[in-house]
Design a protein around this ligand. Structure first.
Ligand SMILES: NC(=O)N[C@@H](CC(=O)O)C(=O)O
Ligand SMILES: [Zn+2]
Ligand SMILES: [Zn+2]
Length: 345
C-alpha cells in the first residue's frame, strides 16, 4: 500500500503556546488536523472560560488565511476552580474539559492541583454536567522513581477517582505504560486514553543510548520496550478507548539543549506521518483512520470530520529546525528520514 486516504483526523492533546511561538507552530497542526484539543499550560494558566475563549481567538488569528482548523479548549484545573466555572464550561461548546496537572509534574504545572481530595467538589460538578477531565497521570513525590510515576498515579489517585465518580468522563493523556493501557481497558466506557506518536515509535534507548538526546525527553518519559509494545498494541488494536493525541510540545532549542532541559517533543510538523510509520510497523495501517479520526470525536460526542487527507509512502528528510518566534525549534527526528508524506492536494 503506497497511499492511504483517511477521514480528516484530530489531535486530542496539543500544546500551541502563545504569541510569536504560537504564530510559528499553529500552521503545522492546521495543515494536519481538522481540530485539536489545546492544552492550557501557559503562564499564567488558562483557567477560566473567558481566558480560554480569548486564547482561542489568538489561535484563530495565528492561522493561515482560509484555514478551517478548529481549536477546542481544555481549562487548567487549579485549587481555585469552582463548580460554577464547571457549569460555565458545560455551556461553552468550544471548551471540552478541564486538565488535571498534579502540581510540579511537568512543564508549567506549578499552578496545578496540590491535593486531589480538595477538588472532589469540582469533579462532582464535572460528572454532573458531563464535562470531561483530561489527566496528566504522574505522581510527583520525590521518592517515586520517574519510570514508575504513571503507575503510581493510577493506583493512588486515578482508580479512586473512577470509583468515586463512575460517570465522570476521563481521558488519561499520553499513556506511556502497559499499566496505563490495562487501566483504561479495565475501566468503564467513560475512561479513554490518548497515545503520542513518539511513545508508539520509541523506547527510552532513543533518549539515552550513545549520549543524552534531549529532543527525545518528554514527560511522562519514554519507557522500556515492553511498554512501547503495549502502547502500539492498544493504538492498533481497534479499541475505541484509544485515540490520537500528539502531545506535540515545542520548546526553544536553547531550553532543550542545556544542563537542565525542558520536557517536550515537537512532532506536529509530521504527526500523521509518524503515526503512519508506527501503524505500518504493526502491519495495521488499516486501523489508522479509526484511531486518528473516529475514536476521538466519538468519545467527545462530536461529529467526525467530513473531509479526507492522503498520505503517500515517500521518504523525505525532516528539517533540522524551524523558526520559533525569535528562537529556533528542533523537532523530533530532526535531519532524519520520515517514511510517509502528507499530500497537500
Ligand atoms: N509532555 C511534555 O513533556 N511537556 C508538555 C507538558 C505535558 O504535556 O506534560 C509541555 O507543555 O511542554
Ligand atoms: Zn502532560
Ligand atoms: Zn502535553
Amino acid at each position: 500500500m503506497d497511499t492511504i486516504t483517511i477521514t480528516t483526523p484530530d489531535d486530542w492533546h496539543l500544546h500551541l503556546r502563545d504569541g510569536a511561538q504560537l504564530d510559528s507552530v499553529a500552521v503545522h497542526s492546521a495543515r494536519q488536523f481538522g481540530r485539536a484539543l489545546v492544552m492550557p499550560n501557559l503562564k499564567p494558566p488558562v483557567a477560566t472560560v473567558d481566558q480560554a475563549l480569548a486564547y482561542r481567538r489568538r489561535i484563530l488569528d495565528a492561522l493561515p488565511e482560509g484555514s478551517a482548523f478548529q481549536p477546542l479548549m481544555s481549562l487548567y484545573l487549579t485549587d481555585a476552580t469552582t463548580p460554577d466555572e464547571v457549569r460555565r464550561a458545560a455551556e461553552t461548546p468550544e471548551v471540552l474539559g478541564f486538565k488535571l496537572y498534579p502540581a510540579g509534574a511537568t512543564t508549567n504545572s506549578e499552578a496545578g492541583v496540590s491535593g486531589l481530595e480538595a477538588v472532589y467538589p469540582v469533579l462532582e460538578a464535572m460528572e454532573k454536567h458531563g464535562v470531561a477531565l483530561q489527566v496528566h497521570g504522574e505522581v510527583t513525590e520525590a521518592e517515586v522513581d520517574i519510570f514508575d510515576r504513571e503507575r503510581a498515579f493510577i493506583d493512588r489517585h486515578l482508580r479512586p477517582i473512577t470509583q468515586r465518580f463512575p460517570a465522570l468522563r476521563i481521558v488519561l493523556e499520553h499513556i506511556t505504560t502497559r499499566d496505563g493501557v490495562e487501566f483504561v481497558e479495565a475501566s468503564n466506557d467513560n475512561v479513554a486514553g490518548t497515545l503520542t506518536a513518539h511513545h508508539l515509535l520509541y523506547n527510552r534507548n532513543a533518549m539515552l543510548v550513545g549520549g543524552i538526546r534531549p529532543h527525545y525527553y518528554c514527560l511522562p518519559v519514554l519507557k522500556r520496550e515492553e511498554h512501547r509494545k503495549a502502547l502500539l498494541q492498544a493504538a492498533t488494536g481497534g479499541s475505541p478507548k484509544f485515540f490520537l493525541g500528539t502531545d506535540s510540545a515545542p520548546h526553544a532549542k536553547a531550553a532543550k539543549e542545556t544542563a537542565c532541559g525542558c520536557a517536550g517533543c515537537y512532532t506536529a510538523y509530521a504527526a500523521l506521518e509518524l503515526y503512519a510509520e508506527a501503524f505500518e510497523s504493526a502491519g495495521r495501517l488499516n486501523r489508522l483512520e479509526a484511531f486518528a479520526s473516529h475514536h476521538g470525536p466519538d468519545f467527545y460526542r462530536l461529529p467526525r470530520n467530513s473531509g479526507t487527507v492522503t498520505l503517500r509512502k515517500e521518504a523525505w528528510t525532516a528539517p533540522d529546525s524551524f523558526a520559533y518566534g525569535d528562537d529556533v525549534l528542533v523537532p523530533l527526528r530532526a535531519g532524519g528520514e520520515v517514511a510517509w508524506r502528507l499530500t497537500d492536494a
